[in-house]
Structure formats: C-alpha cells, structure tokens
Design a binder for this molecule. Structure first.
Ligand code: TYD
Length: 137
C-alpha cells in the first residue's frame, strides 16, 4: 500500500568480522529512483522537513547515526519512526507531512522518485491540512 509510510529492511550482506553491504535495488524498492541526495552535519537543535509533496515519494536511510521522523497523513494518522540501523529505510508516500530530528553523527541518504522541483512542495501546514478537508467533503 503506497499511500502509507512503512519501514523497509534492506539486505545486510556480510558478518561482524568483515563488515556489511546493504543494497537498494529494483526488487526491494517501491519505485524507480530518479535522484539521490544526502544530508549531514545537521545540528541536533535543528528540525528539518516541515513539508509534504504532491508527487515525490522518498526513502530515508540513516546510514550513520539516528534520525527520528514524524509523519502525518491527510487522514490525520501520525507516526514516529526511529531510523538507527544502516539497513533500514523509511518509505514516505506522496501527500505526507514529515519532520525530522538528527543525532550529531547522522548521515541521511534520500532516494527520491522524481527530480527536485520546488513547485512539488507544500510548505504551509495549513495548506496541507486543506487538502485533507477537500478529500473528505
Ligand atoms: P528541503 O527538501 O526542504 O530539505 P529537508 O526536508 O531536508 O529539510 O530542502 C532544503 C533546501 O535545499 C531547500 O531550499 C531546497 C534545496 N534543495 C535543492 O536545491 N535540491 C534538492 O534536491 C533538495 C532536496 C533540496
């Protein structure tokens, strides 16, 4: 169901004595990636996110450190996900509000379904909520 956020467990190939490789590929991704970006050195007091998207779907991965992601859907459903394992990803569907907090050592990789386009963003929370009212009326 690609209308809800969910955790993806990527394969973890290796052993404690060798180290590991995790892989995101067609069979374990819900969309074909168009873009990959990463964020890092986010101060612990900074909250990122604060937007939703008309079309963009994403997978967030904490390849290092810990990321706390709060999601909210137009249905009102709110969830908090803790990403603290390099082989776990969080799928974020379109029309899903998100806020993120980072540990000092967090490196977040984002796998994105479309190219960057500021017109795809909804950055006003009240505008986001407005789309929910339209859907239920
Ligand atoms: P934003 O998506 O709001 O970041 P976050 O959700 O992590 O808080 O983007 C932050 C800024 O970076 C914003 O001004 C847009 C810019 N940006 C790009 O120019 N290209 C990109 O691919 C991304 C993701 C952001």
């Amino acid at each position: 169901d690609y209308t809800l956020p969910f955790l993806i467990e990527f394969p973890k190939i290796g052993a404690p004595a060798l180290g590991y490789i995790s892989v995101a590929e067609n069979e374990n991704l819900p969309f074909v990636p168009k873009r990959i970006y990463w964020t890092y050195f986010t101060p612990e007091e900074v909250e990122r996110g604060g937007h939703s998207h008309f079309d963009l779907q994403q997978i967030l991965i904490a390849v290092s450190g810990k990321i706390e992601v709060t999601t909210e859907l137009l249905s009102g459903k709110k969830e908090t996900f803790v990403l603290d394992r390099p082989n776990m990803g969080l799928y974020i569907p379109k029309m899903c509000w998100r806020d993120m907090k980072y540990s000092h050592n967090a490196v977040q990789v984002c796998v994105a379904s479309i190219e960057y386009d500021e017109k795809d963003y909804i950055r006003e929370y009240s505008e986001f909520l407005g789309y929910g009212r339209k859907e239920t009326n």
